[in-house]
Design a protein around this ligand. Structure first.
Ligand code: NAD
Ligand code: ZN
Ligand code: ZN
Length: 343
């Protein structure tokens, strides 16, 4: 008889996740099995649960792409990790390794990429099957629960900030100060940028200030783009939009300085209007950014292991997953909830 584990399973889009037993998978050749210690809950898990995006996961599935744990078993032929190593199983679960994107360190857009907690089962479970070539290697100086948010929220914002091409001393506007945003503020400060944080929640904005934001704007009050332009003397050199809200996208483009770059990482379903004249006449770049490469992962984790960036976490048991997703959907999570699977 197969051994069983506890898992939180999406059986139908938008319906509560079902906490149930699931067969512990056994690693085949080239695979590893990870015993989950902690797994962060990302707003992407809300989109996955609702089936918000054009590419939908196949039901039933186990969400979670911020799972950290120990390698419990390795399949034949695996040499790059061994039992007892501590790894993370991220959104970029695997890629082909051979296409033009993989060869040029853009494996995040590999057409054969698989996604953890989405096209492959993820970390809302006691065990996760993983591809050893794409796991995150967790440095020893950081607890699993603290590392969890870094492997999605951290890498995504670290890479997104790099993609704005804003230079030390210049301004970055970070729209959304939640799970992604609270880490973005810290990465941006470490990278020498002046930071404006934008949110619709005064509590999150107060926290953004404590984390180092130089000034904050409540997007619900007045015209947030005008407020950013005034404070920065013409707009932010880089803008990073993490807010899962369409209105934030139009506002973010409006905050961008002439010749600046507005990077989109938030993924609310839908489209947003772009004021063509403003974008063209001001030579603004609008750029999508999707998690990060394995090299970005190592860099993002190194900042955290050195204590320069620290996720602000709230621990919850796996059994609380439905309340957590509900709170996340309604903006009621301060920064990041991490599921504690050790106890
Ligand atoms: P979160 O819920 O923790 O944080 C979102 C924050 O945005 C909250 O603080 C909320 O108050 C704020 N917000 C809502 N509306 C706003 C508005 N109009 N203006 C400014 N702020 C507003 O979510 P998260 O986990 O940080 O994820 C955010 C988004 O990023 C999701 O859509 C998620 O799917 C996406 N995401 C994308 C990538 C990627 O690779 N591109 C990776 C991870 C997450
Ligand atoms: Zn995520
Ligand atoms: Zn590829």
């Amino acid at each position: 008889m197969k051994r069983k584990m506890q898992a939180a399973v999406v059986e139908q889009f938008g319906k509560p996740l079902v906490l149930r037993e699931w067969d512990i998978p056994s690693p085949e050749a080239g695979q590893i099995l990870v015993k989950t210690e902690a797994c962060g809950v990302c707003h992407t898990d809300v989109h996955a649960w609702h089936g918000d995006w054009p590419l939908k996961p196949t039901l039933p599935f186990i969400p979670g792409h911020e799972g950290i744990g120990m390698v419990a078993a390795v399949g034949s032929g695996v040499t790059i990790v061994k039992e007892g190593d501590r790894v993370g199983v991220p959104w970029l679960y695997s890629a082909c390794g051979r296409c033009e994107y993989c060869l040029s360190a853009w494996e995040t857009v590999c057409p054969q990429a698989q996604f953890g907690g989405y096209t492959k089962n993820g970390g809302f479970a006691e065990y996760i099957l993983a591809d050893p070539n794409y796991v995150a290697h967790i440095p020893s100086g950081i607890a699993s629960r603290d590392a969890a948010p870094i492997i999605c929220a951290g890498i995504t914002t670290y890479k997104g900030i790099k993609q704005t091409e804003a230079k030390p001393g210049e301004w970055i506007a970070i729209s959304g100060a939640g799970g992604l945003g609270h880490l973005a503020i810290q990465y941006a400060k470490v990278m020498g940028l002046q930071v404006c944080a934008i949110d619709i929640d005064d509590g999150k904005l107060a926290h953004a200030k404590r984390l180092g934001a130089d000034f904050v704007v409540n997007a619900k009050v007045g015209d947030p783009a005008a407020a950013v332009k005034k404070e920065t003397g013409g707009g932010a050199h880089g803008v990073l939009i993490t807010a899962p809200s369409l209105i934030a996208f139009k506002q973010g483009v409006g905050m961008t300085r002439k010749r600046g770059t507005c990077v989109l990482v938030g993924l609310p379903p839908g489209e947003f209007p772009v004021p063509l004249f403003d974008v063209v006449a001001n030579c603004i770049t609008i750029r999508g950014s999707f998690v990060g490469t394995r090299q970005d992962m190592a860099e993002a984790l190194a900042f955290a292991a050195e204590g320069k960036v620290k996720a602000d976490i709230e621990l919850q048991p796996l059994s609380a997953i439905n309340q957590v997703l509900d709170r996340l959907e309604h903006g009621d999570v301060a920064s990041r909830v991490v599921l504690d699977l050790e106890n």
